[in-house]
Each structure stands twice: as structure tokens, then as C-alpha cells.
Design a protein around this ligand. Structure first.
Ligand code: SAM
Length: 235
């Protein structure tokens, strides 16, 4: 599919149809990729999450100049030295959270707002924090325009979590932390799941799934090596 042609002649419904086709193609790629067992593919992404990726308009979250890559399976720059994550990683991290409509979820690193939109389709309430204020404003605007009414975005340092709305059933961190911030562990419900890339700025990081059991014990599982922009700010 030639996405450059999406912006040529033709009416809006025409281009929306082409975007929908491009989303399906991307979802098929992610499905195929996540079914192929390898050291780097820890588990197949669920059809439930793939269905959400087929629905959320990623092209609305990427800058004008990056539109031709909106449905390619790789990260894209969104300005301020930040990125919108690779769609496969968005799918995997979302799946690991095992969200339901009664759940409340916290995202650290709103970026473009795309991951928040995906979470919004699965959870009851999404709280998202972005340290770069103009990105927070832009993401909140796009999410509002698209009608993602259960998402609340604020500008700030997410390392401290968002205690006013804690505890959370799920927490997702979309920037790499040198270590897991204690406030995020504290703000996780018993039975809750935290997905976070851990590692240094110049290292290959490890995507980790942290679970808190009913007794409040923390369990850690390595999922796969990843490469994320760093979590900035401090606890
Ligand atoms: N989830 C985003 C999306 O869907 O576009 C992609 C996020 S990008 C890979 C990581 C984001 O984390 C960047 O926008 C960055 O500014 C933000 N970030 C880094 N450190 C942060 C912190 N301490 N608190 C909140 N956001 C932070």
C-alpha cells in the first residue's frame, strides 16, 4: 500500500478507507510476527488487543511530516526528541496489562497520546502523565477531538505516579527507567500489573512485567530486550 497516495486526490471517506486497510495490514504483520516463536517474541498478542489496533487511527497521532509511516511497524519521531513507540511494542505492552472495562490504568509517558487511546478502548479510566508540557497539551487535544473521553492527561514527572487516583489495576511506563520507581509499585493494586522497560539510556533495556499478588508481594518477569527513550526527571 502506498501511503503517500493517501494524501492525494479523493474524498475524506476514501482516505479513511485506505487508512483502515493500512491498519489491517499492520495488524496482520504484528499477528504474524508475534506468532513466530523466537527469543525476542515472548508470547502471541491477543486478538482482543489486535482488534483495538485495527480500530485506533494512529495517523491522527503522528506529525504531518511522518504520515507516510503512520502504519509502518516502527517508532516515529513526534518532536522534542521523543517518539511514538513501535506498534508491535504497543500491542505487546498493552496485552501484558490484561485490562478490562472496570480497570483504571496509569500511563507514564503520554507522548503522542496513541498508547493512551489504545488503553482507553480496553480500560474504564486512563490517567496519563507526560513530562514535556507541549506534548501533553497536544496529546490531550487530539484525544479530546477523537472522543476518548475516559482519558485524563497531565503534564508532570510521572516517576512519582499520580497518587490522587491510585491504586491502579495497571501501570504502563513507555520510557526506560534505570530502576523501577517505588511510587509506581506503591500505587499498584494487589492483583495489579506494571509493564516497564528497565535499563540505562545507552543499554539494551529489558521489558519487565511486575505483578503484585493479593498479599502485596512483588513478582518480576523479564519479557524481552527493548530500546526506549529514557525516563527523565527524578523520584
Ligand atoms: N506512549 C507514547 C505514545 O503513544 O506516543 C510514546 C512515549 S515516548 C516512547 C516516551 C515519552 O515519555 C516521551 O514523550 C517522554 O517525554 C516521556 N517521559 C520521559 N520521562 C518522563 C517522566 N518522568 N514522566 C512523564 N513522561 C516522561
Amino acid at each position: 500500500m502506498d501511503l503517500f497516495k493517501l494524501h492525494g486526490a479523493g474524498d475524506k471517506s476514501d482516505s479513511e478507507k485506505r487508512y483502515a486497510q493500512a491498519r489491517l495490514k499492520l495488524v496482520n504483520e504484528i499477528r504474524a510476527m508475534s506468532r513466530g516463536a523466537s527469543d525476542y517474541v515472548p508470547r502471541p498478542v491477543s486478538e482482543r488487543v489486535l482488534g483495538i489496533l485495527a480500530k485506533v487511527p494512529r495517523h491522527c497521532f503522528v506529525p504531518e511530516g511522518e504520515l507516510c509511516g503512520a502504519y509502518a511497524n516502527h517508532p516515529l519521531p513526534i518532536g522534542h526528541g521523543q517518539t511514538i513507540s513501535q506498534p508491535y511494542i504497543v500491542a505487546l505492552m498493552t496485552d501484558l496489562l490484561e485490562l478490562h472495562k472496570q480497570h483504571s490504568v496509569l500511563e507514564i509517558g503520554t507522548g503522542s497520546g496513541y498508547q493512551a487511546a489504545v488503553l482507553s478502548e480496553l480500560a474504564g479510566k486512563v490517567y496519563s502523565i507526560e513530562i514535556v508540557a507541549p506534548l501533553a497539551v497536544q496529546a490531550a487535544t487530539v484525544l479530546g477531538e477523537l472522543g476518548y473521553a475516559n482519558v485524563e492527561v497531565k503534564a508532570g514527572d510521572g516517576s512519582a505516579g499520580w497518587p490522587e487516583h491510585a491504586p491502579y489495576d495497571g501501570i504502563i511506563v513507555t520510557a526506560a527507567a534505570e530502576h523501577i520507581p517505588q511510587p509506581l509499585l506503591d500505587q499498584l493494586k494487589p492483583g495489579g500489573r506494571l509493564v516497564i522497560p528497565v535499563g540505562g539510556r545507552f543499554d539494551i533495556q529489558e521489558l519487565m512485567l511486575i505483578t503484585k499478588d493479593r498479599e502485596g508481594q512483588i513478582h518480576r518477569m523479564n519479557i524481552e530486550p527493548v530500546r526506549f527513550v529514557p525516563l527523565t526527571g527524578g523520584e
